[in-house]
Write a protein that binds this ligand. Structure first.
Ligand code: PGA
Length: 259
C-alpha cells in the first residue's frame, strides 16, 4: 500500500495575466480553496510583477503563491533577473525551476537548474523542480535516462536535508499545452521511477511531493491524482480559469478520499 501523502496543486500562470483579471481570478481561487480539506494544498505561481498583488489578495488565506523562475545568483549585475530573496520578500512560498520552457528557450542546463533550486532553498522558498522528456526522447526509449539525469543534477548539488525540501514535477514536454496529457499509467510509471531515484538519497527524500504536469484538466485530474506516486499537479492553461482550477483541486480531494 502506497504511503498516503498530502496533495499539492500549483498553478503556473506562465506569462499571462493583467491586474484586473488577476484580481477576479485570485479572489475566486482563494474563496473556493477555503472549502478544501487541509490535506490538499494549493498554490499559484504568478509573473513577478504580480507578486505584491498575489500577496495582498492571498495573505491570510489558504492559497500560497510563488514565482516561475529565480536567478542562479543572489545579487549583482544581472539585468532582468530576479533573485529568490526578492520573491521571498513578497511572501512567496514556491519557485518553479527548470521548467521545460526555460530549459528550451533559455538553454538552462541541469547544473543551472540545480543552482537555482539551491538559491530558492536558501531564500526559504520551496523549489518545484521540473523534469520531462520530449516526444523524440520518449519515442526513442530515453524517458528514464532524460528525467533521471535531470533529477540527478539537482540531487547531486543539494544536501540530503535540502533534497527533502523540494517538490518535483514530471512534465512531459509533449503534453505541455498540447491538450494531450500523458495517460495515468504513463505518468505513474515515470513517477515510480523518479520515486525510486529519490529514495537513493534517503527516506525523507523519497517522500517529497511528486506532481504531474501537462494538459491536466478537470476531466483527467482525478484519474491522474489517484495514482500511487502522483501527489498532485502543476497546472498551466487550466489554472487561468477559476472554475477549472478549483475543479482540479477538488479532484485532488476526491483522489485522496478514494485511496
Ligand atoms: P499545461 O502546462 O497545463 O498548460 O499543459 C503545464 C506547465 O507547463 O506547467
Amino acid at each position: 500500500m502506497a504511503k498516503q501523502r498530502a496533495k499539492l496543486v500549483v498553478g503556473n500562470w506562465k506569462m499571462h495575466g493583467r491586474l484586473a483579471d488577476n484580481r477576479v481570478l485570485l479572489q475566486a481561487v482563494s474563496h473556493g480553496a477555503n472549502d478544501l480539506p487541509d490535506d490538499v494544498r494549493v498554490g499559484v505561481c504568478v509573473p513577478c510583477p504580480y507578486l505584491p498583488q498575489a500577496q495582498s489578495l492571498l495573505e491570510g488565506g489558504c492559497v500560497a503563491w510563488g514565482v516561475q523562475d529565480v536567478s542562479a545568483h543572489t545579487q549583482g549585475a544581472y539585468t532582468g533577473e530576479v533573485a529568490a530573496e526578492m520573491a521571498a520578500e513578497f511572501g512567496a512560498s514556491f519557485a518553479i525551476v527548470g521548467h521545460s520552457e526555460r530549459r528550451a528557450y533559455h538553454r538552462e542546463s541541469g547544473e543551472t537548474v540545480a543552482v537555482k533550486a539551491q538559491r530558492a532553498l536558501e531564500a526559504g522558498l520551496t523549489p518545484i523542480v521540473c523534469v520531462g522528456e520530449t516526444l523524440d526522447e520518449r519515442e526513442s526509449g530515453k524517458t528514464e535516462q532524460i528525467v533521471g539525469a535531470q533529477l540527478d543534477a539537482v540531487l547531486a548539488k543539494l544536501s540530503v536535508e535540502d533534497s527533502a525540501r523540494i517538490v518535483v514535477a514530471y512534465e512531459p514536454v509533449w503534453a505541455i499545452g498540447t491538450g494531450k496529457s500523458a495517460t495515468a499509467q504513463q505518468a505513474q510509471d515515470v513517477h515510480a521511477f523518479l520515486r525510486a531515484r529519490l529514495a537513493t538519497k534517503g527516506d525523507d527524500v523519497e517522500s517529497v511531493p511528486l506532481l504531474y504536469g501537462g494538459s491536466v484538466k478537470p476531466e483527467n485530474a482525478e484519474e491522474l491524482f489517484s495514482q500511487p506516486d502522483i501527489d498532485g499537479g502543476l497546472i498551466g492553461g487550466a489554472s487561468l480559469k477559476d472554475k477549472d482550477f478549483l475543479a482540479i483541486c477538488s479532484a485532488a480531494v476526491a483522489a485522496t478520499a478514494a485511496r
